[in-house]
Write a protein that binds this ligand. Structure first.
Ligand code: PLZ
Length: 468
């Protein structure tokens, strides 16, 4: 675990290790599911009325509950209900929503100064986060890191860097991809409704290839990786490989359905990109920073991307994103070409250093792997029992089940919604995803106690059985 040694960045006030279930939990909400009202309760409903008056319709919400505090594996709402958190704010609070190392470092930083703008004057937190990412991302080559605030911003900057470095224009992305909601990132995202419909026209020069989604591969699972690669090769021939600046890929697709690519696909995409001088960009915004049981999902197949985009869990709940990559690519952009007023904000950098510390002190990669074991133990027998579960898939603490109509591969989003609603009403917060809206995804904080996790999985299993 030397790669996670954060000793050089630990603050002198480094807080003691806190493990769910230990006595140091006194600062966390009680780590128990407690329902004192229906969910959402009366106070959340009152807030919901105010929200409706003040906010536009276009902002969706999975569970209309207002939060009072959160931490460990629990979210406490304004009515006093303790919900089990299987969402982690869509994989942002992987170290917990009030992790001691994050909270103390942010408190210390906010008291010294909130911001300077790194384009104006510098501070060491930014450099320390960059050093950590340069060290932790796959590959031992010389690297540089630029910080941003959101995942979409990281993806867009990766494309800017790839274009500047190659002098080429085009970008290849994949079916079921999600890369963000800004204009270029939206163009790179696959799903029309709700992400793209009505928001065009989009930037051009974005081409889409099939992702190696073995469950739904027309030629069958065994041929998926090879045939998907052939389709990508055909696309490069059609467009002209020498026009393509970057291939941008999620090494484990997130919003598209927690799709683990067929084995061998990722390494062959990497080899193809290298052969044609195309920059391979891994969008690890959702899968990165330990979520899958490795620091980066690319590592499961020993892929070394040229550029890696991170966000979400990096900032431990504060807005922070990064592009990390080969020094010669990153340095291709002339001074002044990268930046942003808030990019690499000091509070977010302090939080990120707390996140790295948490991984080190709590062995959170091992926790992520253990979560996969627990989820599989519970859900794989269920999948054998219920023919509406087409697949249990994922890695580490990024697991999902895909729901279909019995005996077919026809997606069943209604069932997914009904199961999610039942779990919510019983105090388990989980999310859906997938191009067809039929995937139930589990993104618990890596620090969740095992009892809580098992309880939540039991409630999910019961909800599934009762809907059939
Ligand atoms: N790349 C792989 O998963 C964000 C989207 C929530 P931002 N995923 C959650 C929503 O509905 O907007 C995401 C991602 C991958 C990029 C992004 C974009 O990250 O921080 O939301 O911009």
């Amino acid at each position: 675990m030397t790669a996670l040694d954060t000793a050089s960045t630990s603050p002198s006030t480094c807080s003691a290790a806190v493990t769910p279930g230990s006595r140091d939990l006194r600062d966390l909400p009680e780590q128990r599911r407690i329902l004192v009202t229906e969910v959402p309760g009366p106070l959340s409903r009152v807030m919901q009325k105010r929200r409706k008056e003040a906010l536009p319709l276009g902002l969706g919400t999975m569970l209309p509950v207002f939060v009072e505090r959160a931490g460990g594996g629990v979210i406490v709402d304004v009515d006093g209900n303790h919900l089990i958190d299987l969402a982690s704010g869509i994989a942002t609070t992987s170290v917990g929503a009030s992790a001691p190392a994050v909270v103390s470092r942010v408190q210390e930083q906010v008291a010294r100064f909130t911001h300077t703008c790194f384009l104006v004057t510098e501070y060491d937190g930014y450099v320390a986060v960059a050093e950590q990412l340069n060290r932790l991302t796959p590959g031992t080559h010389a690297k540089r890191t630029a910080l941003f605030s959101t995942g979409a911003e990281a993806v867009e900057n990766a494309v800017k860097i790839a274009r500047a470095a190659t002098g080429r224009s085009d970008v290849v992305v994949f079916d079921h991809a999600f890369h963000g909601r800004t204009l270029l990132a939206m163009a790179m995202t696959a799903k029309e409704i709700p992400y793209k419909a009505g928001f065009g026209p989009f930037p051009g020069e974005v081409h889409r290839a099939p992702y190696a989604y073995s469950l739904r591969w027309p030629g069958g699972r065994d041929h998926c990786a090879r045939e998907a690669l052939q389709e990508l090769e055909a696309l490069l021939d059609r467009v002209g490989a020498d026009r393509i600046a970057a291939i941008v890929i999620e090494p484990l697709q997130g919003e598209g359905g927690f799709i683990v690519p067929a084995p061998g696909f990722l390494p062959s995409v990497a080899a193809l990109a290298a052969r044609h001088g195309i920059v391979l960009v891994a969008d690890e915004v959702q899968s990165g920073i330990g979520r899958t049981g490795e620091m980066f999902a690319s590592e499961h197949e020993a892929v070394v991307p040229d550029l890696v985009c991170t966000a979400k869990a990096l900032g431990g709940g504060l807005p922070l994103a990064a592009v990390t990559g080969r020094a010669e690519l990153m340095d291709a952009v002339p001074a002044g070409g990268l930046g942003g007023t808030y990019a690499g904000n000091p509070l977010a950098c302090a939080a990120a250093l707390g996140v790295f510390e948490m991984f080190h002190t709590h062995d959170l990669l091992a926790r992520a792997r253990r979560i996969e074991v627990v989820v599989r133990e519970e859900l794989e027998p269920l999948a054998r029992e219920l023919d509406v579960i087409a697949e249990v898939r994922g890695r580490g603490a990024m697991m999902a089940i895909e729901l279909v109509r019995p005996g077919t591969l026809e997606p069943d989003p209604e069932l997914a919604r009904a199961v999610a609603a039942q779990c919510h009403s019983q105090g388990v917060l989980l999310l859906l995803c997938g191009t067809f809206g039929n995937v139930i995804r589990l993104l618990p904080p890596l620090v969740i106690g095992e009892d809580l996790l098992v309880e939540a999985l039991d409630i999910l299993a019961e909800a599934l059985r009762s809907q059939l």
